[in-house]
Design a protein around this ligand. Structure first.
Ligand SMILES: Nc1ncnc2c1ncn2[C@@H]1O[C@H](COP(=O)(O)OP(=O)(O)OP(=O)(O)O)[C@@H](O)[C@H]1O
Length: 316
């Protein structure tokens, strides 16, 4: 478990993290979201004792990071995949980490195998592709078999197979009862991986909720209907006190409507339906709705800005 209490970080005049209080619990994958510059990396760095808070506190299983003996046995983190001594082989890099943290050398082989780097274990890390560097960073995080894992943008630079692999890795680590805390800009990926979400904007907590709750609270849910008997259906719905709006191309939309009730009404009145589908906004839409006010770095373009889509991720 990771507990934050009033965590605050100021860089000169810039309040990067503003009084954050939340708990990251074991057994689920918790996604950490926020627009660029929201303070995610700064928060993660303070969790790991790499940055000193201006105020407030972070506890890892009840203790401060700098009070943990052999910290890699408590918390493993992937923050910056490039932070590897490039002149060392993957094997030697992990061996050095193991030796300085009281971890048996056999774990090096186990984690190299777990991340699929056994074949290149003796190669120098500086020759690694970005994706291989990510895998090596993940191997280092897993080295001490910790109960808490933290990943900052873990799918960056990974190919589809790698993304699939890390999604399953995170879910299985959580299913083993571990605490898994992961930041990502890739909303579609987060929607598939995280059970719980913590969202920040301009350093402040915007949401701390389940994935389903987050989408329900921050987006519109409605029922979409297509029928060749539009006027007839509108009359029947009106009589039943249900308001439908027309959204073009003959499509009707009912906010918060129950498809069962609408289907039954249509059947009772022998109205043909070509479509009756519940609609829920995606995580990306819900996220953009919630954070619209706290996006600091807007794109200036004539086309609508979609800073959280998969296309944006490519240029990250
Ligand atoms: N060492 C530093 N000195 C001064 N300002 C900093 C420092 N590190 C971060 N900041 C500022 O603090 C704010 C939060 O930055 P941070 O990197 O934590 O955000 P982030 O949510 O991780 O962003 P991104 O999604 O772009 O990675 C930003 O305005 C950033 O410019």
């Amino acid at each position: 478990m990771i507990e934050l209490e009033g965590l605050t970080k100021r860089y000169g005049g810039k309040l990067a993290v503003d009084n954050l209080t939340f708990t990251v619990r074991p057994g689920v994958v918790t996604g950490f979201l926020g627009p660029n510059g929201a303070g995610k990396s700064t928060t993660m760095r303070m969790m790991l004792g790499l940055d000193r808070p201006t105020a407030g506190d972070v506890r890892i299983d009840g203790r401060h990071y700098d009070r943990l003996t052999d910290p890699l046995k408590y918390i493993g983190a992937l923050l910056d995949a490039k932070a590897v001594h490039g002149g060392r082989s993957a094997h030697n890099h992990l061996l050095c980490l193991a030796q300085s943290n009281g971890i048996p050398a056999r774990r090096v082989h186990e984690v190299l195998d777990a991340v699929g780097l056994t074949a290149v274990a003796r190669k120098k890390a500086k020759g690694f592709s970005y994706g291989m560097g990510q895998r090596l960073g993940i191997a280092a995080a897993l080295l001490g078999d910790p109960q808490i894992l933290m990943f900052d943008e873990p799918v960056n630079g990974l190919d589809p197979e790698g993304i699939h692999w890390i999604r399953h890795l995170m879910k299985s680590l959580a299913a083993q009862g571990r605490t898994v805390f992961v930041s990502s800009h890739l909303m579609s990926e987060m929607a598939l991986t995280a059970d719980h979400l913590v969202v920040i904007g301009q350093g402040r907590l915007l949401a701390d909720t389940s994935m389903a709750g987050f989408i329900a609270q921050n987006s519109r849910s409605y029922v979409r209907i297509r029928t060749p008997q539009r006027e007839r259906l509108l009359d029947v719905l009106h009589e039943a006190g249900i308001t439908a709006v027309e959204s073009g191309s003959g499509v009707l939309e009912i906010d918060g409507g129950k498809p069962e009730r609408i289907g039954e009404l249509a059947a009772q009145h022998h109205i043909v339906l070509h479509e009756l589908s519940p609609q829920q906004a995606s995580l990306e839409e819900a996220f953009m709705q919630l954070t619209a006010e706290s996006v600091e770095y807007h794109a200036h373009t004539d086309t609508p800005a979609r800073p959280w889509g998969a296309d944006w991720q490519k240029g990250d």
